[in-house]
Design a protein around this ligand. Structure first.
Ligand SMILES: [Zn+2]
Length: 132
């Protein structure tokens, strides 16, 4: 590999990284009934795609649905029966509040806590948004 190849490779890596921000796709919830409860089968995958902590995500989904639950392996088991679309809408609400930058609509953000207040910091445009 000569110097030009190295340069070419470098450029490809950069453009792939930029591309991933544009291609943000809302994760699809996969759920099934588990007795009288609801298991979110791909919960850890959803948290991973959103780039957020599983506990943080589960806490907000549970309080939005008005229930409790527990993480079991890669699943989140919610107490009670919930339709897939209902859970999906809660995941989307979470992404809008805690992942997507309201200024530039990109998902390249980090969630931090300053003096007890959660702040969404955008890596793409530099916006800082206080999360309500
Ligand atoms: Zn932004």
């Amino acid at each position: 590999m000569d110097y030009d190849d190295l340069l070419e490779k470098g450029r490809e890596e950069v453009s792939e990284e930029e591309g991933s921000a544009e291609r943000f796709e809302m994760p699809e919830v996969k759920s099934r009934k588990k007795g009288s409860n609801t298991a979110i089968e791909n919960f850890s995958e959803i948290a991973d795609k959103l780039g957020r902590d599983e506990k943080h995500l589960s806490k907000h989904i549970q309080s939005d649905l008005g229930t409790s639950g527990q993480i079991e392996g890669s699943e989140l088991v919610l107490n009670g029966e919930f339709r897939r679309g209902h859970v999906q809408s809660k995941v989307e609400d979470y992404a809008e509040d805690y992942v997507i930058c309201p200024e530039c609509n990109r998902p390249d953000t980090k969630l931090t806590k300053e003096k007890g207040v959660e702040i969404l910091k955008c890596q793409a445009c530099g916006a800082r948004t206080v999360v309500e």
